[in-house]
Design a protein around this ligand. Structure first.
Ligand SMILES: [Cu+2]
Length: 155
């Protein structure tokens, strides 16, 4: 009897803790946040991936703001824009490749985004939730050592 009460209390604590533990997991109530957001006020931010750096290298975003992050590869090699902790800290609407030949994917969260060489574009739609500074890297071969690393700061 005592054990089940403790288990129940632990379960309840976990239930309340989950929506705020984004960086360890992902934003569980993301769909509600996306639905409640004013997408008319969406801001578009363009990140260019080149051989071998990110422009801008350090990105500053506001918390609670809907964004379209346009990740464009202007280099001659494939590149990732991977910010796993950041990607788990936002409420995702979708990821898409532009019309006319593109498409979109909806998921609770993403862990890595890649834009193909010679002009490939991936667009990430999300609402920033957690404040902090998050690391961004290109995970291909030695691209980090060549300069493909940066940060995203949410204030
Ligand atoms: Cu790269």
């Amino acid at each position: 009897m005592r054990k089940s009460v403790i288990a129940l209390a632990a379960g309840a604590a976990l239930l309340f803790a989950v929506p705020f533990a984004a960086s360890a997991d992902y934003v569980k109530n993301g769909a509600d946040i996306v639905k409640a957001a004013d997408w008319e006020k969406m801001e578009t931010v363009v990140i260019e991936l080149d051989d071998h750096d990110f422009h801008p290298q350090h990105l500053k975003l506001k918390a609670g703001q809907p964004y379209r992050l346009v990740i464009k590869n202007v280099g001659e090699q494939d590149h990732y824009y991977t910010a796993e902790e950041f990607f788990r800290s936002v409420a995702w609407r979708k990821v898409q490749t532009p019309r006319p030949q593109g498409g979109e994917v909806k998921a609770p969260y993403f862990t890595a985004l890649e834009a193909y060489k010679d002009g490939g574009v991936v667009e990430a739609f999300f609402v920033t939730v957690e404040k902090g500074t998050f690391e961004v890297v290109c995970t291909i071969d030695d691209h980090v050592d060549k300069g493909m690393h940066g940060t995203i700061t949410v204030e």
